[in-house]
Design a binder for this molecule. Structure first.
Ligand code: HEC
Ligand code: HEC
Length: 194
């Protein structure tokens, strides 16, 4: 049985811990204060952009990319392949370059154009907002990234392409600076999920 002395030590220890945690929180600036409700709200506001066809055409189920605003299966039997870059002679890079080719129905492009690998397919289709949020935070599903690295990833070419998708394609309607601001807000507030 625990004596009164050790309980007292325990209480003092827990109090110091709480004190440490609160003062650490208190020393942070207003923008970076953890706030689960604000983080979850920031994530919710991102969902329409994340679910946009410009993202979903590479983040959907199946062993193939998709096309168009209706997300139809990529024509010409294009497949994900063992590493997401296509199969044998039909690599994504056979047609997709590091920039959009001008003209309607010409291949769009950005540096490193490919699908996630089948081993870590990063499929967002069919997930609830909460599940999508949990996936983005899970290093075993998100390409071994921390939340900070997910934030950084939102400024890499395949993501930025969504705002510059080439002739005849609808860009993501939420302004890009607003999208990035909300991603950063979500992370800074503690990256809680809805
Ligand atoms: C041409 C295909 C393609 C498009 C379009 C695309 N992505 Fe991705 N995405 C990928 C690939 C491939 C990876 C894996 C890259 C890696 O791990 O290095 C990935 C990974 C990610 C990740 C990290 C893993 C995860 O699912 O948590 C995020 C976040 C992400 N993409 C966001 C977006 C957003 C937002 C858009 C739309 C604005 C988008 N992507 C459009 C191919 C694409
Ligand atoms: C034989 C040529 C060819 C190959 C190989 C190819 N694509 Fe495409 N892809 C195209 C063309 C052409 C378009 C444009 C179609 C259109 O706009 O009607 C396109 C469109 C797309 C789109 C649609 C973008 C959007 O949001 O509408 C995605 C995503 C895509 N390709 C991904 C891939 C990936 C990933 C690979 C490799 C696994 C690949 N493609 C291989 C020719 C190809």
């Amino acid at each position: 049985m625990r004596g009164p002395k050790s309980s007292a030590t325990l209480i003092v220890a827990s109090c110091s811990l709480i004190f440490l945690l609160t003062t650490r929180g208190g020393s942070q600036s207003a923008v970076t204060q953890h706030d689960d409700a604000a983080a979850a709200a920031a994530f919710e506001s991102l969902v329409p952009a994340l679910h946009h066809p410009r993202c979903m055409n590479c983040h959907s189920t199946g062993d193939y990319p998709r096309q168009g605003d209706d997300g139809h299966r990529h024509t010409m039997q294009i497949r994900r392949g063992p590493d997401g870059h296509g199969v044998n002679a039909v690599k994504c890079s056979s047609c997709h370059q590091d920039h959009n080719l001008a003209g309607i129905q010409m291949p769009p492009g950005a540096p490193g154009w490919h699908l996630p690998s089948p081993a870590m397919p990063m499929i967002w289709e069919g997930l609830s907002d909460r599940q999508l949020c949990e996936l983005l935070k899970d290093p075993r599903q998100n390409g071994n990234r921390s939340v900070e690295q997910i934030v950084e990833h939102m400024e890499t070419p395949l993501v930025l392409w969504g705002w510059n998708p080439g002739d005849g394609r609808t860009p993501i309607p939420m302004p890009q600076h607003e999208f990035l601001a909300r991603v950063k807000e979500w992370a800074a507030r503690g990256a809680a999920c809805p």
